[in-house]
Design a protein around this ligand. Sequence first.
Ligand code: SF4
Length: 228
Amino acid sequence: MGISQSTGIVDQRPDRMFQTLLAAYGPQSWWPAESVEETIIGAILTQNTSWKNVERALEVLRREEMMDVGRLSRIETEQLATFIRSSGYYNQKAKRLQNFCRRLKDEHGNLSQLATLSTQDLRDWLLDIHGIGKETADSILLYAFSRPVFVVDAYTIRIFSRHHLIKETSGYDQVQTYIHENLKPEAQTYNEFHALLVRTGKECCRRKHPRCENCPLTGDKARYNVQG
Ligand code: SF4
């Protein structure tokens, strides 16, 4: 369990929330990809679209034997864009994928070498790639490289703020630091918790009219006087 650097006090609520969701929903078994390369490609393609659309693009890339950093960096960008069309913003995403692949080849050679970087260095390197933001970089760190880095998304902020763990206006770094300080730094725990929060957000904690009566966290709601 992390100790808050600011107060030295551990807030048990994130862990309790995690345990409650895990007991209610069971393990979610993310990430649904077959290899490190595929996980990274999926993380880049899933920006602003559903996983279902990404799966169709991944299927085409598999069929075209393009699940390879070298081949992805050499293919014509326009051709790659047609392969990933189903993921939306395909021209932009084709460029992003190639930015990643080309810099990987030029600067580290291959994924095994990249994996030797420390978590901070790897994160800095990913964030330096044009088109890769914090959520994508952290998804790659967590799901492709099993680093204990929590992925913050809109569901996390909504659920945590409705339970008064953070402010609704909290930024990405603030929320991530709060979780890192208060939840055991284990990749498996962060992986599972993120998936459980996404499921809770989709099924119960909608932006408008949250379905608290069906939600596993409804007990917490009463405890913390949540404004639904
Ligand atoms: S109890 Fe209500 S506010 Fe809390 S996570 Fe569930 S739906 Fe959202």
